[in-house]
Design a binder for this molecule. Structure first.
Ligand SMILES: Cc1cc2nc3c(=O)[nH]c(=O)nc-3n(C[C@H](O)[C@H](O)[C@H](O)COP(=O)(O)OP(=O)(O)OC[C@H]3O[C@@H](n4cnc5c(N)ncnc54)[C@H](O)[C@@H]3O)c2cc1C
Length: 385
């Protein structure tokens, strides 16, 4: 068992940590206003290799390992947790397009995704179907050389800013269940698509919202993979993305703890620094331990994924534990900073609001425990098959 990153990964981590602290962190709170994230900032992330991490080299990307993507999630989150969403969606969408897109679609989208010129959203959830993804109703009806899309996708990260969406829609009736769902790459700047950005409690940089399709026509060659394979494509990506989510949450938590350690050395009460009080230092010691444990679980998932081994259980464990441990740690950092912790002058309340979003997104704690139980007891016992 080897717990060390290789030299290239270590250098990548150091470079990103420096970039996150010097460039992203000073602006983190600025984007909490919901102002659209400028495209030149996205191109800057692209120049750091973030948007092209999972794009194949032949299309201008780095084709990096999943462990390397995990390093990027963890380090970026130290500066601006929300920028990790470009990495997460970038990786999942690039993997789907590279594996299931036609050559024309790959040529059209992958180099621009890697270069930060285009942004893709992933549209699965609907107003009436989230955890139970097989219950979606949005339809893609074949008409000659086109599919015609009708329906609403809800709670979609980047709904307000994406150029296209990997859309999961029914190409056959509900009686086919998950086998009636297909994936299509749908350009969004057409009159038959409207967008509604939510007043979200956090992750405002991502302009999460609804995408409403009212008869949008998509060329038939924009189908990704065979009809009926859409949900399997999405679920394959979710398994590793759950570890990326965990590492993003844990990166934000680790930065908060590191800052709190420094604060505890400087702030004195009753004639002594807080750091000399075991009531404070033991709390920090506990959170550091839990963050370190959850982090290892997430990297274990990504290492399994890189080796081509099954990693659904580890992904679900990481996704349940990572955000939970991060929320608890950041909450403690708020309290340990006293009244200043509970102000917008410091980043902790925003970090807490931001991290809570991905306790829900990509699968709730209940659904994660359902997957862990399914992988343990066997499929026939479980609700989430
Ligand atoms: C920040 C954020 C970003 C998101 N980004 C995207 C995106 O980019 N694309 C996308 O498609 N979706 C996205 N989502 C949607 C997300 O995937 C769904 O919110 C999630 O899957 C849960 O679905 P739901 O909200 O409909 O809750 P529901 O499925 O209605 O569940 C409600 C509650 O009931 C619990 N529950 C449900 N079923 C069971 C059960 N069988 N047993 C026990 N408890 C159960 C759930 O855990 C939850 O607590 C995002 C959500 C958030 C918050």
């Amino acid at each position: 068992m080897d717990f060390a990153f290789n030299d290239e990964q270590r250098l990548f981590a150091e470079t990103l940590r420096q970039y996150a602290r010097s460039k992203l962190k000073p602006e983190y709170q600025t984007w909490d206003s919901g102002t659209p994230y400028p495209r030149e900032k996205l191109r800057e992330l692209a120049s750091m290799g973030i948007t092209g991490l999972r794009v194949p080299e032949a299309y201008g990307g780095a084709q990096a390992s999943y462990v390397t993507a995990g390093i990027a999630a963890e380090e970026l989150a130290r500066g601006d947790y929300n920028t990790t969403l470009f990495l997460q969606l970038g990786a999942m969408c690039a993997d789907i397009v590279a594996r299931h897109g036609s050559e024309a679609i790959r040529q059209e989208w992958l180099p621009k995704l890697a270069g930060g010129e285009r942004l893709l959203a992933l549209g699965l959830t609907e107003p009436g179907a989230g955890s139970d993804a097989a219950a979606i109703k949005t339809s893609a009806r074949r008409e000659g050389d086109y599919y015609v899309i009708q329906g609403e996708k809800a709670s979609i990260t980047f709904a307000g800013s994406a150029d296209g969406c990997i859309l999961f829609a029914r190409t056959s009736g509900a009686e086919r269940g998950s086998r009636g769902i297909s994936a299509l790459l749908v350009p969004l700047d057409v009159p038959e698509v409207s967008r509604q950005v939510y007043r979200s409690a956090g992750e405002k940089l991502t302009r999460r919202g609804s995408l409403i399709f009212d008869g949008a026509r998509v060329p038939a060659d924009h189908l990704l993979g065979a009809e009926g394979t859409g949900l399997a494509q999405a679920l394959g990506g979710f398994d590793y993305n759950r570890a990326l989510i965990a590492l993003a949450c844990l990166g934000a938590a680790q930065e908060s703890l590191d800052e709190t350690v420094e604060y505890a050395k400087q702030r004195s009460t009753f004639g002594k620094p807080l750091a000399e009080r075991e009531g404070v230092s033991f709390q920090i010691a506990e959170h550091l331990t839990l963050v370190a444990g959850a982090r290892l679980l997430a990297y274990q998932c990504l290492a399994l994924c890189d080796r081509g081994e099954r990693h659904s259980k580890e992904g679900a464990m990481a996704k349940w534990l990572g955000p939970k441990v991060a929320v608890d740690a950041i909450h403690a950092c708020i309290i340990l900073h006293g009244w200043m912790g509970y102000s917008d002058e410091l980043p902790y309340v925003q970090r807490l609001r931001d991290v809570i979003g991905l306790e829900i997104g990509d699968g709730t704690p209940e659904i994660m425990k359902g997957i862990i139980a399914r992988e343990t007891f066997g499929r026939s016992y479980m609700i989430y098959k």
